[in-house]
Ligand binder design. Structure first.
Ligand SMILES: Nc1nc2c(ncn2[C@@H]2O[C@H](COP(=O)(O)OP(=O)(O)OP(=O)(O)O)[C@@H](O)[C@H]2O)c(=O)[nH]1
Ligand SMILES: [K+]
Ligand SMILES: [Mg+2]
Length: 358
């Protein structure tokens, strides 16, 4: 019997088993078996792993949010509540086997929300679909780490470790260190602040470890050795993360209060639809989108991105760069209002733009 058949057998048995005190353990066992088989289904087969098949979901809308969490914390329930997309939710683990995109419409923006399979400890090493899930997380603008409020803090720490181990830095900004490898001249080390965690000697040792003998290093911030290593290694992703504790309907008020006070945390109940508006507000804040308006036909919202250049806004109008003559911009990004700017000018929040074509 193949895994799929086994799964369907168990699903049928669960369906025909009456739910009561006497069948409690039997049902529990069935669910555990179901979860085990579904987890096996998630193991990437050698061929698909070799092809590097991930969940290639097209980016769409103004921003992307990935739902990361252990199995059965309520990710799919959340997606189905917040978007018009339905994602199957059930009481057994590994219900979701792939990436399911939905769209949250908020303040004129389309936010792509991605429901993903649950991940477990060891995900970064390729356990389950962990690697693919984490690969998707890297492409997001914000990660929602969904946690089961009834399960204690261990899940949060485990997931943070998984994401850390693949170079995702949560709620941290890029270390303010200038680092430039050179062809010769040895290592020149400088700092504009007093360093309490790194010294010239340590920096040199670390660089030698990476076989770098010529480089320019300037610390503009009191960084740790780990942060310096992140700068050398590069390809780190610095990502805002909201910790969302779901199922607060199952815990005491004192517990809810304690979780809500944790940094970067929001408490919700998908089941009772509690605090979802507040979560959206917070998400909006963490996305930190820049809204740009066009001058044409009143003030219409036209461009919603992170750090947009005039070129990006121009592209959204689907006109060719060759037709671009100049743009007039009103707002905080310019000295004068309006000011004539070129394609590389960086727009700021709530600026107004008018593009003049040749
Ligand atoms: N009590 C309670 N149960 C909830 C809440 N939200 C979701 N659930 C239940 O939790 C179970 C798991 O929900 P799912 O949405 O399938 O969880 P998931 O994180 O998508 O799970 P996987 O896809 O298996 O990783 C379901 O039985 C839901 O009905 C909530 O706020 N309170
Ligand atoms: K589930
Ligand atoms: Mg799911």
């Amino acid at each position: 019997m193949g895994i799929l058949e086994k799964i369907s057998e168990i699903e049928k048995e669960i369906a025909r088993t009456q739910k009561n005190k006497a069948t409690e353990y039997h049902l529990g066992l069935l669910k555990a078996k179901l979860a085990k088989y579904r987890a096996q289904l998630l193991e990437p087969s050698k061929s698909s792993a070799a092809k590097g098949e991930g969940f290639d979901v097209m980016k769409s809308g103004d921003a992307r949010v990935a739902l990361i969490g252990f199995p059965s914390v309520g990710k799919s329930t959340f997606l189905s509540l917040m978007t018009s997309t339905a994602s199957e939710a059930a009481s057994y683990e590994f219900t979701t086997l792939t990436c399911i995109p939905g769209v949250i419409e908020y303040k004129g923006a389309n936010i792509q929300l991605l429901d993903l399979p649950g991940i477990i400890e060891g995900a970064a090493q390729g356990k389950g679909r962990g690697r693919q899930v984490i690969a998707v997380a890297r492409t997001a603008d914000v990660v929602i780490m969904m946690l089961d409020a009834t399960k204690g803090e261990v899940q949060r720490a485990l997931l943070e470790k998984e994401l850390e181990s693949v170079g995702i830095r949560l709620n941290k900004s890029k270390p303010n260190i200038y680092f430039k490898p050179k062809k010769g001249g040895g290592i020149s080390f400088n700092s504009t602040v007093t360093l309490t965690q790194c010294s010239e000697k340590l920096v040199q040792l670390i660089l030698h470890e990476y076989k770098i003998f010529n480089a320019e290093v300037l610390f503009r911030e009191d960084c740790s050795p780990d942060e310096f290593i992140d700068v050398i290694v590069g390809n780190r992703v610095y990502m805002p993360c909201l910790y969302v504790y779901n199922k607060i309907d199952q815990i005491s008020m004192e517990e809810v209060d304690r979780l809500a006070r944790r940094p970067h945390s929001v408490v919700i109940s998908c089941g009772m639809k509690l605090n979802l508006d507040y979560l959206l507000e917070k998400l909006w804040e963490y996305l930190a989108l820049t809204c740009i308006y066009t001058k044409k036909r009143g003030r219409s919202l036209s461009c919603l991105t992170r750090c947009p250049s005039v070129l990006q806004c121009h592209r959204i109008h689907r006109s060719l760069a060759s037709q671009f003559k100049y743009a007039l911009v009103w707002g905080t990004s310019t000295k004068y209002s309006p000011q004539r700017v070129g394609l590389t000018h960086m727009m700021e929040h709530e600026d107004v733009i008018q593009i003049v074509k040749k």
